[in-house]
Write a protein that binds this ligand. Structure first.
Ligand code: CIR
Length: 264
């Protein structure tokens, strides 16, 4: 089995803007502290770099409060990149801001362009065998259909699944740990979408730990979820804990903060 779903030479991040205090959130649990978020973000970037990858750090975008969450702007595959069409109106322009960076790295950059097509990277989980896309409040059938057509010539198949109701993105509730293993909340795994995969369940009450990333030899994991961390360590993963308290106030986590890829 190849390991291209978790081994990458590059990542893209974007520094948090001061406007992050106006970022979208489902429930207001307090205003994020910019200085603390910047410190967490710096630790996150350092952890990516420590795996040997090149990290392209883009400047803050004051006009887009949620722009630190770069994952939602694109899908990066070995053959090319696809620029998304975020379903949150305040985030639509973020995708266009990311496109020139991708064009400088990839030969093939496609775009989700349909007026009625919406899709965000947080709803997309790429495994060795398929691309799972969760339909959600941000990702609709037209967006998934357009992505399916875009990546088919590159040999990728898309499987539509469902993001649980009330959950922002599909990957809010799951992460790929290796070619055949996912970390998942019980509520998502119960939908049956991971049949054929090995599932490590997140500990009860630690649902917010489900959004982690396997990046080369490391698993970047949100601090504060010791029972789930121990499950990953026991399964043999090299867990690096990163503070996520401020991003969590905006429903963001480890995957949202980067695009991870090996450009062609
Ligand atoms: C939003 O609601 O769009 C942001 N506050 C959080 C985005 C998190 N992104 C992700 O899970 N990929």
């Amino acid at each position: 089995m190849s390991d291209r779903s978790y081994r990458f030479t590059h990542a893209i991040t974007r520094r948090p803007a001061a406007s992050i205090t106006s970022g979208l959130r489902a429930v207001d649990t307090g205003t994020p502290d910019l200085a603390l978020m910047q410190a967490h973000h710096a630790a996150y970037v350092a952890a990516l770099k420590a795996t040997g990858a090149t990290v392209i750090e883009l400047p803050a975008l004051a006009d887009f409060p949620d722009s630190v969450f770069v994952e939602d702007t694109a899908l990066c595959l070995p053959e090319g990149a696809v620029v998304m069409r975020p379903g949150a109106p305040s985030r639509l322009g973020e995708a266009a801001e990311m496109a020139p960076t991708l064009a400088g790295l990839y030969t093939h950059v496609l775009r989700i362009a349909g007026e009625g097509s919406f899709i965000e990277g947080g709803d997309i989980l790429v495994s060795e065998r398929e691309i799972l896309v969760g339909r959600s409040a941000r990702t609709n059938a037209a967006g998934i259909a357009e992505l399916t057509r875009a990546v088919a010539p590159w040999g990728h198949s898309v499987r539509e699944v469902h993001t649980p109701p009330g959950v922002l993105h599909f990957k809010t509730d799951c992460s790929l740990m290796d070619g055949e293993t996912v970390l998942s909340t019980e509520r998502l795994a119960a939908s049956g979408c991971f049949e054929g995969y090995k599932v490590i369940p997140v500990a009860q009450g630690e649902e917010a730990a489900a959004n982690a990333i396997r990046f080369n030899d490391a698993v970047l994991f949100p601090a504060g979820f010791p029972r789930t961390r121990d499950r990953l360590v026991d399964a043999g993963f090299a867990v690096v804990e990163i503070g996520n308290s401020e991003c969590a106030k905006l429903d963001g986590g480890m995957s949202c903060l980067s695009l991870r890829f090996t450009p062609s």
